[in-house]
Structure formats: C-alpha cells, structure tokens
Design a protein around this ligand. Structure first.
Ligand SMILES: [Zn+2]
Length: 215
C-alpha cells in the first residue's frame, strides 16, 4: 500500500500515458496490451495496468549453448524505456514491476508474462474488475477447479494444495488467449466494459439454461 492517497485520474489523461509507455516497450515484447480500468473504459482510473509477454532470452555461451537464467531482452530494454518515458521503478521482480511518474499521481503496474500459455489468464485477471475476478474465482472453485501459477486447473486441489504442474498438467486448460479462459469455463466472452459480478452471474445462468446437461 502506498503512503500517499491514490487520486483517480480522468481516462483522457491516463490513456495517452499508457499508450506512450506501451508504444515504447512494445518493440521489445512478443506481445503487449493495456489492461485494467483503461481497458474496461472507466471514466476515471487509479492505475495503469499493462501486460507484456517478454521475449525469450537468446544469450548463449562461448559454445553456443543457452545460458541458464539469462535475462530476457525485454527486461534488458526496460531501463531505456523508463528513461525515455519518464517512469521510475518503485519495486518488483521478473513477473511484476510497479512504476511511478514524477508528473502524475498514477502508478503503472507492469505484468510480465514469460510463458505464452499464461497470457489468456493474466490478461483476463489484470483486466478485472477486482469484484469480477473475485466472482470468477468463486465460480471456478464451485466447479471444483482452481487457479495456480497463471493456469486454470480443471481438477480439484489435492490435500488442499494447488497444482504445481503448471501448464504441463494434463488437466490444465490451454489458454494462450483470453477467450480460451471463457471457453474453458463454457462461458461467453464478456466485453471488458461489462465485467462485473452481475454480468458474470448472468453468463453463468445462461450457461445452465442452455446446457442443463452440464453439472
Ligand atoms: Zn493441475
């Protein structure tokens, strides 16, 4: 939690900032998208959320072998992108970085996707809203499934422990796209601007009405 209050910013001011940062980082990423309340088309936003799939590391040793844990070119490019756009690193590791800007009250949350199979779920969860996510996770749990390591596992936890097999799990939904997550849940894709618990409840109800054989 930040010490200073986070002031909502009109989307007219937040969107160009997000687009400027996105344009600077996009050439260094496999794919990149603005998520969060900007994607949900809110009139005011509290932070900018950007999801970027990092480029795989290509560094090799003198024998041409890949160097284990070599940094992604995307991460190597980040300092120059920050210098160019005026954002400063507040905190974060190789999956998440929080940035601040001296001229704006907004924070920028940068979520870094390393496995293409994770994109769909990360993009969905980082789009929100928080209340939509909570209702979605509740629904997933009611199906007897669970989320672990940015993967939808279509099976129960064992001994109350989340699955550790990641996308290698034979019961993991294949969700490289956001629409794949909705499809795995037999739900229609819900437009970001409509993502709230009520729209999710309606989609779930419609699913049971049109397909009563399930569950
Ligand atoms: Zn699993």
């Amino acid at each position: 939690m930040s010490d200073s209050p986070i002031l909502p910013t009109p989307i007219e001011q937040a969107l160009p900032l997000a687009q400027e940062f996105a344009a600077a980082l996009r050439p260094h990423a496999v794919r990149l998208a603005i998520a969060g309340s900007i994607r949900r088309q809110r009139t005011v936003v509290k932070d900018i959320e950007i999801v970027a799939q990092v480029q795989p590391a290509t560094a090799t040793d003198m024998f041409g072998q890949p160097i284990p844990d070599a940094p992604s070119p995307t991460l190597l490019a980040l300092p120059a992108v920050l210098a160019q756009t005026g954002w400063t690193l507040v905190k974060g590791g190789d999956r998440y970085k929080q940035l601040s800007h001296p001229d704006h009250p907004l924070k920028l949350d940068l979520f870094l996707v390393h496995d293409p199979a994770h994109w769909g779920l990360v993009y969905l969860l980082r789009t929100g809203s928080a209340e939509f996510n909570l209702a979605l996770v509740n629904h997933i749990n009611q199906l007897g499934w669970h989320l672990a390591d940015n993967t939808l596992h279509q099976h129960r936890k064992q001994n109350d422990q989340p699955c550790t097999r990641g996308s290698q799990c034979s019961m993991a939904a294949v969700t490289p796209e956001e629409a794949d997550v909705f499809a795995a849940l037999s739900l229609p894709w819900i437009p970001p601007a409509s993502r709230n618990p009520e729209s999710l409840r309606k989609a779930i109800r419609a699913r049971f009405l049109t397909n009563p054989a399930r569950n």
